[in-house]
Design a protein around this ligand. Sequence first.
Ligand code: NAD
Length: 296
Amino acid sequence: MAADSSNLLDGKGLAQQIQLELKRQVQDLKTPIGRPPGLAVLMVGDNPASAAYVRNKERACERVGIASFGHHFPADISFDELQQTIHALNANPEVDGILVQLPLPSHLDATALLYEIHPDKDVDGLHPLNLGRLVRGESGLRSCTPAGIMRMLATYNVDLPGKHAIVIGRSILVGKPIALMLLAANATVTLAHSHTQSLATLTQTADIIIAAVGRPGLITAEMVQSQAVVIDVGINRQEDGAGKSRLVGDVDFASVQPIASLITPVPGGVGPMTVTMLLENTVWSYSQRHKASYNG
Ligand code: NAD
């Protein structure tokens, strides 16, 4: 039997559409500005998952016409060397965005490094100044995964004012910023985490559920009310016992999909939107820095 896709939030399709728009925007701006946008990605060590993410980001840059400046360092690189590279990229006029691929080896202080990125080039939206702007409701570079979720909700006309949205997971990368963005959109927000009691009681009254934990099958059908919108941020690799593995989210998709009004698949939901928001942030930073060149 063919799977029912009528209530899927198609992150992959939406991401392709936004990337086409970005490509057109880059084509229009490149001549007056005199160069394409530039994104520098710093990767340390040989974590295969990180290498795959970096490759994915570089390919996406290529598709929309962003020049990517890859910097791959050995796992034993010092903090000072990375800091110097970031300072050079901050000063490089061809670079509009800088990101440090996480996680970093344990001898490196990732938070301290993020402070070194110039806030105007912080395309991951993780610098304290950009997070502060988010808290204050001011414009600025926004963290990519939450920004991608908000774009999906807007595209699918999900009504947010006054609705109960529950975010499960309180990381600085996803949970906290998406809770703030939903709050700014006038939702009533519950932020649940590993110490939350009676999670099911809370999710059962939610109109929108955002699961960002990293635990397969955490959200089951009994926890979801009829017609809820379900956003699955989790990315978990699950072995099938026959030596093969597949990616699954935090939501038990098979049982929750029939109840939800809209639901993101994994893969093909939040993931492609995250990469696309990185591209959008880079193009935004580029256009902001060169407003005078094209009467923007
Ligand atoms: P994290 O490990 O930093 O945070 C996990 C959060 O889950 C914590 O705040 C913790 O309090 C909470 N938690 C743990 N157990 C819980 C439980 N039983 N009940 C309720 N809350 C619980 O993770 P993260 O970086 O926020 O990522 C979360 C998941 O999202 C991971 O699977 C990650 O791979 C995925 N992710 C996906 C994308 C994407 O683009 N799709 C981007 C970032 C992260």
